[in-house]
Ligand binder design. Structure first.
Ligand code: ADP
Length: 382
């Protein structure tokens, strides 16, 4: 493919009228453009495929392949190609149709050299702006990729190392440390742990954002994932003392999605149900099939969520600020991660809550295609 600078000046003209081709060529070459002209759609399209010019001038009324067909085909070859349509006075409506089909502008015949130069100048400006926007988007993605790698390697690794040194220090020299020093080390461990959780959640979010975390072709037993999450939190160290109940039918069909992302999803919800609960509270997990979907509900009898906060709950870094949540650690990324996973898998997540009474998160996920005889949506990620 030719480099962008060379393309910056290239025009292909397709018109069955010899005089029109000749005059376009003369006017535009004088203005400094590289012009190639063709008397029929076939030859012009072939050349566009090879040379990838920035701009096409095409007549609408031509024998064999007309302007509409040309537009249709070349837009598939190069969606960024700027197309200017030439048309007679009597066919202004046709020109409007051509613009709906993807042409950038039109030039009614007869036109003056100045009108042609003006419209072509504008067309090139648009092409340059499109290319510039694409370049900036690529640069932004590149910066984001580098930033993710910076965070994971340059920040996370040293923090893990420092935390491990402190863990070892506390393990083997706890007795020799003065009480205050031990308290400081303990606080440092806790702060480092919080920072590592933020980095872990943020990296998970960037991976999901780039569409690489969820595997929509995989099929997973959501019931088993939920049972494992409950077990993990029942056996987990410390935290709020709560009781668990579960209603998960043994024949629950597989859902679309890979185990790793579903474990993250369900784990976040169960962990919140415990974290934002009260001593002696309850957590219940219910799963059932609903048509071509599986529904999973995670309910708790905890502190609940103020109604005014519900619409922001899935935003990145959002945390409800009340006296009850003040001392509960968190990053405000868990639910943002849940929402991304669910939307990548083509499902939905909702919340119902009453402040002071409790909260229920409801997930709907599509059945996996592997469930024989079940009509499901396509395996494409959203
Ligand atoms: P984190 O728990 O790390 O702060 P999340 O994104 O998981 O972040 O949750 C965002 C906020 O939503 C929490 O800070 C909390 O205020 C509220 N929240 C989430 N789950 C519950 C729940 N089950 N009960 C009450 N509040 C909740």
């Amino acid at each position: 493919m030719p480099c962008e600078n060379a393309r910056d000046q290239r025009i292909v003209v397709i018109d069955d009228d010899d005089v029109m081709r000749l005059s376009c060529r003369q006017i535009l070459q004088k203005a400094g453009y590289q012009v190639e002209t063709f008397g029929n759609g076939h030859d012009g399209i072939r050349r566009i495929q090879e040379a990838r010019p920035a701009l096409l001038i095409v007549d609408i009324k031509m024998p064999e392949v007309d302007g509409f067909e040309v537009i249709d085909i070349v837009r598939k070859i190069d969606p960024d190609l700027v197309i200017v349509v030439i048309t007679g006075y009597a066919t202004i409506e046709t020109a409007v149709d051509a613009m709906k089909a993807g042409a950038y502008d039109f030039l009614p015949k007869p036109f003056t050299p100045n009108e042609l130069r003006l419209i072509i100048g504008r067309g090139f400006e648009r092409w340059r702006l499109t290319k510039e926007a694409q370049r900036l988007r690529r640069e932004k993605e590149d910066v984001e990729r580098k930033f993710v790698s910076l965070v994971s390697h340059q920040l996370k690794s040293p923090l893990v190392a420092v935390k491990q040194y402190l863990d070892v220090l506390m393990c083997i020299s706890r007795e020799q440390l003065p009480e205050t020093a031990a308290e400081w080390v303990h606080r440092s461990q806790a702060r480092l742990g919080e920072m590592l959780t933020i980095i872990h959640d943020w990296l998970a979010l960037s991976r999901i954002g780039s569409g690489s975390l969820c595997d929509c072709r995989a099929a997973t037993d959501l019931g088993a994932v939920a049972a494992a999450a409950i077990l993990e939190h029942q056996q987990g160290p410390g935290g709020v003392e709560v009781s668990f109940t579960a209603s998960i039918p043994p024949d629950l069909p597989l859902v679309r999605g890979d185990e790793v992302s579903l474990r993250t999803l369900v784990g976040n919800l169960v962990s919140n149900a415990v974290k934002y609960n009260r001593p002696g509270g309850a957590v219940s997990v219910n799963a059932f099939r609903a048509g071509s979907q599986v529904t999973l509900e995670v309910s708790d009898t905890g502190i609940g969520i103020p109604e005014a906060a519900l619409h922001r709950l899935f935003d990145e870094f959002y945390r409800v600020k009340t006296p009850e949540t003040r001392n509960i650690p968190g990053t405000g990324l868990g639910l943002a991660i849940c929402r991304r996973i669910v939307s990548e898998l083509g499902g939905t997540i909702d919340v119902r809550s009453r402040e002071g009474e409790g909260t229920t998160f409801i997930i709907h996920l599509s059945l996996a295609e592997k469930n024989a005889g079940i009509e499901t949506q396509s395996g494409e990620c959203q």
